[in-house]
Design a protein around this ligand. Structure first.
Ligand SMILES: [Zn+2]
Length: 276
């Protein structure tokens, strides 16, 4: 599932090439993947230029001329591909935007499991259907004081970090990786963290995310960079997907438990169970 580093990688790679370019046409759109302004994208988008591409939470946002924003939610298996239009269209390409120019390209949203979608925001009051929902603060820019206040809840730290309405962008992989880097057990009640532990956790989250962005994210199953190449952070995972393998810090075999229904990987020596 794409998390913050994967969405950031896609946004940066698209942001390096798309701004200033014009959308020529919309060769294909699967209607039930589009939300927001109810007018068809094939009449709303052609002729508009792409101003900017950025990431917010796990979403990739294209800002277009005329006050239009396209927000891509990548769900469980979504990715964006930017290729020449002659490149064969993969299965599950639910939206294709033809980008004008001498070197014409196609931006494709590919999403086998279809938990994602695209929101077309125009400021129109006619917005219908699924809302985008609230998103929490960004872990790369939140201040330590605000972060400590977010932790003041009686929930396991893993469940809190993955709650998108509190902190935006962390999913299963980067939560487990960050908790190992911080030496905290995933079931530690968030509100019991000391000030030092909370600060250490925020530093661990940031260094984990920054390194993952440098390595273009983790390719476990569906995620690819916009060119189709895989990311490489999965090669240096500390705990995620490594059950039974030695901890990279102390050699103890990594264990797996289930927290809020999700596989959770940790080192029992580096991340001791909280004492009641
Ligand atoms: Zn260890």
């Amino acid at each position: 599932m794409p998390e913050l580093p994967e969405a950031e990688t896609m946004a940066r790679e698209l942001g390096a090439v798309l701004p200033g370019r014009r959308i020529a046409s919309v060769p294909h759109v699967r209607r039930d993947m589009v939300h927001g302004d109810p007018r068809p994208l094939s009449s709303l988008l052609p002729g508009r230029r792409i101003r900017d591409v950025y990431r917010r939470a796990k979403r990739v946002v294209l800002t277009l001329t005329g006050g239009v924003e396209l927000v891509f939610r990548l769900g469980m298996s979504g990715r964006l591909e930017l290729v020449e239009p002659t490149v064969p269209i993969p299965r599950h390409a639910h939206l294709r935007l033809r980008i004008a120019g001498p070197d014409a390209q196609e931006l494709r949203l590919i999403d086998p499991r279809r938990f994602g979608g695209v929101w077309c925001l125009t400021g129109s009051r006619r917005h219908k259907g699924k809302r985008l929902g609230p998103v929490g603060v960004e872990p790369l820019s939140v201040t330590p004081a605000v972060f400590r206040r977010l932790l003041d809840r009686h929930r396991p730290i893993k469940s809190l970090l993955m709650d998108q309405t509190i902190l935006a962008g962390l999913g299963n992989i980067y939560t487990d990786e960050s908790l190992h880097a911080a030496g905290l057990h995933p079931l530690t009640p968030a509100a019991t963290l000391t000030r030092d532990e909370a600060d250490r956790l925020l530093r661990a989250i940031r260094s984990t995310l920054r390194r993952a962005i440098r390595l273009a994210g983790s390719t476990i199953s569906d995620y690819r960079r916009i060119t189709g190449k895989p990311g490489s952070f999965q090669k240096v995972h500390r705990v995620y997907g490594r059950v039974g393998l030695p901890c990279r810090r102390c050699g103890t075999p990594i264990e797996r438990i289930v927290v809020i229904g999700r596989s959770t990987f940790f080192c029992p020596s580096c991340q001791p169970e909280p004492t009641p």
